[in-house]
Design a binder for this molecule. Sequence first.
Ligand code: FES
Length: 225
Amino acid sequence: MDVDTIPVFVMGQRVEVPPTLTILRALEYAGYTLTRGVGCRAGFCGACATVYRLKGDPHLYFALACQTVVRPEMYLAQIPFFPSRRADYRIEDLAAVPATLFTLYPELLRCLACGTCSKACPQGIDVRSYMAAAMRGDLAAVADASFDCIACGLCSARCPVEETQYNVALLARRLYGRYLARRSEHLAERVREIEAGAFHQGLAELRALDEAGLTSRYNARDIEA
Ligand code: FES
């Protein structure tokens, strides 16, 4: 069967791939076995950060290979790992105060607010804004604005003053989650129920079902309005 294909360039090598494939699938279609630069295949793990240019277009584009469909004459380079500094700490030993951010990531205060990080983010996160919040020591704002970060590292790869924005954001989210976020009583109650064995029987019933039984139970579940 003939398959319509388009040319793309992988690290400079021309390959022909179907135009409906994601970059990740196209690499595999072209014969690459991916042992790095791939993880969840669903846009969550950040392992498949990719940089590309299009023929005749001077812009540099950034994408997740598992979420982006190929285009003709794409010049692709994957960045499966980008070395960056991550502070060592035990969250239990830290306080949720601005000084914690500045002490563990003093380079944070070098931020030029140039916005290169925001342009590089394949998630569309306004990294520049959350770095401004980090410089103000506003942990809650950093945690909220960076919530969709998947730590692909492209912001850091492009930063002219060598920040590690995504690690700063990770620290802020951890501090916020552990010390500042309102406790969920419902969650605590549910954990107590689980520990008391309230769901053992129900889980045993589910494990005994075959695929058709599971599908049927799933389709008959209560759905909140
Ligand atoms: S493979 Fe996990 S985000 Fe693409």
